[in-house]
Design a protein around this ligand. Structure first.
Ligand code: PMP
Ligand code: GLN
Length: 382
């Protein structure tokens, strides 16, 4: 008999997004769970991608990515964050943001290295650290505003700390890093060999006139960082699974050694299309206002509900406490809401390694207004 496989991720099941989306489909529920838009992507980008295919851009793209796209990204970064990034040596196109994060961790982690993550944390961080032989050091964000306790972080730094993963705007909480947080990161890593993995897939989804504190603004931090992005989030095409990683040349060189033996390169027609489309600044600059409008619309629609909404300053998401409705565990409540009320959400305990439950659900508002209206109509019944 073939021996039973020893799991590398014994504690991990199917992701909460997969589980809740499947449940939503089964019960025909309005899906405010998994983070994806339910409105179409830009027609011009669709046409450009079609054109690229018709024009014959259907073979392997160069391993680091289609150069005109990397050049366009470099111009965009300089325009937004004032930093010059070398498109040849410092940008790599990847099959999505998750892959960029995974590859960055693979590039740096040696067995036993510790990596600090903040919880609630996007679900891929912990398993990606562990699959690479690292040890996760989870640090709780302070409930309910999900800020970082930097004094506590300092106590968790050891001679094994290899990296710190930051994510602003944050999934699932919608919190964002401030200038003060950047100063604290600076004082924490100064004089150490700690790397920063900065997950900035929601860079354009930041509200209330706040400024996105991208690591790309700070050359002194960038020199130790892998900054990860997703085209899926910017251009409403999460199914494209296309992103990129910005890192200094010496780090990018090693990152590409990992990348070239994994996916090697990414879908060519989309890269060709994006190299033109990305020059249209309004396509990404208009996202902030649009998404803020959806956040505000959802909050307004839900103003008479028994959910108590927490602050969301960015991302696709807003969290809400529900302890005025029930004392059920968040997973049980999320399942019941899907089955009985017809609205799917994500239980925030899924973003804690020990399943900590603060009676909080995550709602995704990157949806058409009529979708948010239908969800609110149903949620107001409970
Ligand atoms: N980071 C965060 C915080 C996310 O929410 C997501 C989800 N889409 C990703 C990374 C992954 O992006 P991609 O779909 O491009 O892999
Ligand atoms: N990032 C998305 C979310 O948080 C999900 C992506 C996925 O399903 N892996 O909902």
């Amino acid at each position: 008999m073939f021996p039973i496989l020893k799991s590398k991720l014994a504690e991990v099941g199917t992701t909460i997004f997969t589980t809740m989306s499947a449940l939503a489909t089964k019960h025909n529920a309005v899906n405010l769970g998994q983070g994806f838009p339910d409105y179409p992507m830009n027609e011009e980008l669709v046409a450009l991608t079609n054109k690229a295919m018709h024009d014959g851009y259907n073979q392997y793209a160069p391993m680091p990515g289609w150069l005109p796209l990397r050049e366009a990204l470099s111009e965009k970064i300089e325009f937004l964050y004032g930093t010059r990034i070398n498109p040849i040596e410092e940008i790599t196109i990847t099959p999505g943001g998750t892959y960029a994060i995974y590859s960055a961790l693979t590039t740096i982690i040696e067995r036993g290295d510790e990596v600090i993550i903040f919880e609630p944390a996007y679900d891929c961080y912990g398993p990606s650290v562990e699959l690479n032989g690292g040890v996760v050091v989870p640090i709780p964000l302070i409930f309910p505003d999900y800020k970082i306790d930097w004094v506590f972080v300092k106590t968790k730094i050891s001679n094994k700390t290899k990296a710190i993963i930051i994510n602003s705007p944050n999934n699932p909480t919608g919190s964002v890093l401030s200038e003060k947080d950047i100063e604290m990161i600076r004082s924490l890593v100064d004089g150490t060999a700690i790397f920063i993995i900065s997950d900035e897939v929601y860079e354009h989804l930041i509200f209330d006139s706040l400024l996105h504190q991208s690591i790309l603004r700070f050359p002194d931090l960038l020199e130790r960082s892998f900054v990860c992005f997703s085209f899926g989030k910017v251009y409403n095409c999460t199914g494209w699974k296309l992103g990129y990683c910005v890192a200094p040349a010496s780090l990018t060189k090693e990152f590409r050694k990992v990348h070239q033996f994994n996916s090697f390169s990414c879908f060519t027609p989309a890269q060709v299309a994006l190299s033109h489309f990305i020059k249209n600044k309004s396509a990404y600059l208009s996202l902030t206002t649009f998404m803020q409008t959806q956040r505000d619309a959802f909050k307004y629609l839900m103003r008479n509900s028994k959910f108590d909404f927490l602050e969301s300053s960015g991302s696709y998401f807003i969290c809400a406490k529900y302890n005025r409705i029930t004392d059920e565990a968040d997973k049980d409540f999320a399942i019941r809401l899907t089955k009985e009320v017809g609205v799917t959400t994500i239980p925030v305990s899924a973003f804690y390694r020990d399943g900590k439950d603060y009676s909080v659900l995550r709602f995704c508002f990157s949806k058409k207004t009529e979708t948010l209206e239908l969800a609110a109509e149903r949620l107001l019944l409970i």
